[in-house]
Structures are given as structure tokens and as C-alpha cells.
Write a protein that binds this ligand. Sequence first.
Ligand SMILES: Cc1cc2nc3c(=O)[nH]c(=O)nc-3n(C[C@H](O)[C@H](O)[C@H](O)COP(=O)(O)O)c2cc1C
Length: 194
Amino acid sequence: MHSNKRAVTAAPIAPVLADRWSPRSFDREYLLTQDEALAILEAGRWAPSANNLQPWRFAYINRDDKLHNEICEKGLTGFNQAWAPDASALIAVAVQKSTADGRELPKAMYDAGLAASLMLVQAQELGLYTHHIGGIVKDEIHRILKLDDNTDVLVLIAVGRIAPAEQLEGPAYEREIAPRVRADLDDIMLYGKP
Ligand SMILES: Cc1cc2nc3c(=O)[nH]c(=O)nc-3n(C[C@H](O)[C@H](O)[C@H](O)COP(=O)(O)O)c2cc1C
């Protein structure tokens, strides 16, 4: 199952990084333990940020949370509605638009991306899988979570145990078993050749 998903790299990288990928087939029964959920959020909390301003904000929506249905029905676009509800939990990653004393946060999105990235790695380390969802209806998520005007929701991250690809059908199944692709390192390097 999923044997063709490991990243092919010019030099060995940490197994937790090589084995991370974004499935859409999640175990519909599994719920994260409290420790798993806390470990993932703590990994995000300990990310570096510009001036240590920590502009990220997270919302954790378990599959059995009272808001889960509404988030899935109104907060996800098209295709994402077909698979994301199966994940054990959805983590909303948001940023503060400005500090409490009104200062701008020009690196906030970069900081939040770093926090999200560390959450992915921590989840993978726990044997869980994650899938980012940019296809969200921001206004709906904002309303459902009762967020203030200084908070901008960027993405949801689906987290859970992986399930067999055969749980999916049609194009979703085809995508689930397709090899992962990336641009060559040469194509993204601006300077320097290791
Ligand atoms: C910011 C962001 C938004 C994404 N939005 C979606 C999405 O709405 N739906 C989806 O199925 N995948 C989404 N993805 C997943 C990407 O398609 C996936 O990460 C990419 O194809 C690389 O695959 P891999 O994560 O398996 O290596 C998103 C990923 C990121 C980082």
C-alpha cells in the first residue's frame, strides 16, 4: 500500500520527511488521542517566528466536535467535501493581522507556514498523516468559529490515520495511487551547486 510515495532524493533525508505525503483516504473510525493532538499543536507553538511574535492561531476541530459537520458542509469547497470529513480532526491555521498594539506583521504568513510545517512533521512522527486544504470558504469558517476581525484563516489541515486507497473511487483513487512529483532541484536553485 502506498509504496511509491516515498520521496526520491539526491541525498538521504530524515525518514519522517521522505515518508510524508498528503493522502485523502483517512480512517473513518479513528480519533486522535489527546496526547497526539497536543503534540501536534505544541510542535506548531514552538516554531520560530519573526521577532518571536508568534502570529499564528490554531483551532482544533475533532471529528466528534459539535462544529465539525458545519465546518465540513459550509467551510470546504467542492472536492474537499468528499474526503476531508473522514479525517480524525481538522486544524485551522490562522494569523493575527496586526499585534495587540497595532503593529503590522509582515512575516505572519511565513511564520504560520513554518508552524504548519512543524505540525505536519510531528504528526508524521506519530505515524499519522496530514493533508493541507486551501480550498476553504474563509468567511464561513470565520463565522462558525466566531473569530475576531484581526484573525485571518489561511488553511485547514486534515489529520488522521491513513486508510487503504481503495476506500476512494474514481479520480480520487487515481490521485491516491499516483507517484509524487517535484521539480528538479536544478530548476528551483537560484545560485550554488552542492
Ligand atoms: C497551502 C496548500 C493548500 C492546499 N490545498 C489543497 C486542497 O484544497 N485540496 C487538496 O486536495 N489538496 C490541497 N493541498 C495539497 C497539495 O495538493 C499537495 O500537498 C501537493 O500536491 C503535494 O503533494 P504531497 O503533499 O503528497 O507531497 C494543498 C497544499 C497546500 C500546501
